[in-house]
Design a protein around this ligand. Structure first.
Ligand code: FES
Length: 155
């Protein structure tokens, strides 16, 4: 845990209980997950019950309590994307990065998740890598999409 950075986040949000989700999101941005130490530290500094913070961390899918990859791949498997071939895309991604849904690659470069809708149904099938949206995804262009993300330092 990077105490200095967590302190900075807490100060930025003025330790406001109403900002706890933003604080947790910012804290997660440090290592791309929320360690138990980080949650305990936030709990102590904000004088908020640890169980309350764990409840929030487990309720929202955006939070991860286990280390995640530098890039999270979210494959939409909602109705429009499913009809457009999302399952084949997911299988191709699994073949390319050698992990299953919910897993992280050994080099911590990628984590793989599925979601029910990314709000871009007209562009189906859709997937997101980190914050970047990709539409009209098909098994033939997945390597091209993944390629720029394969290099870079680990988290
Ligand atoms: S179903 Fe995939 S974006 Fe809506």
């Amino acid at each position: 845990m990077n105490i200095e950075r967590v302190d900075h986040i807490l100060e930025k949000h003025e330790y406001k209980h109403s900002a706890i989700i933003s604080i947790m999101q910012d804290a997660q941005g440090i290592e791309n997950y929320l360690s138990e130490d980080t949650l305990r530290y936030i709990s102590e500094k904000m004088e908020l019950k640890l169980t309350r913070i764990f409840d929030i961390a487990t309720f929202y899918k955006t939070f991860s309590l286990v280390p995640r990859g530098r890039h999270t791949i979210r494959v939409c498997c909602g109705t429009a994307c499913h009809l457009g071939g999302a399952v084949k895309n997911l299988e191709q991604i699994q073949r390319k990065i050698h992990i299953q849904e919910g897993e992280t690659t050994d080099d911590r470069m990628f984590s793989l998740e599925t979601v029910n809708c990314l709000g871009a149904c007209a562009l189906a099938p859709v997937m997101v890598i980190s914050e970047d949206y990709y539409d009209a995804v098909n098994p033939g262009n997945i390597e091209e999409i993944l390629s720029p993300y394969r290099s870079g330092p680990e988290v």
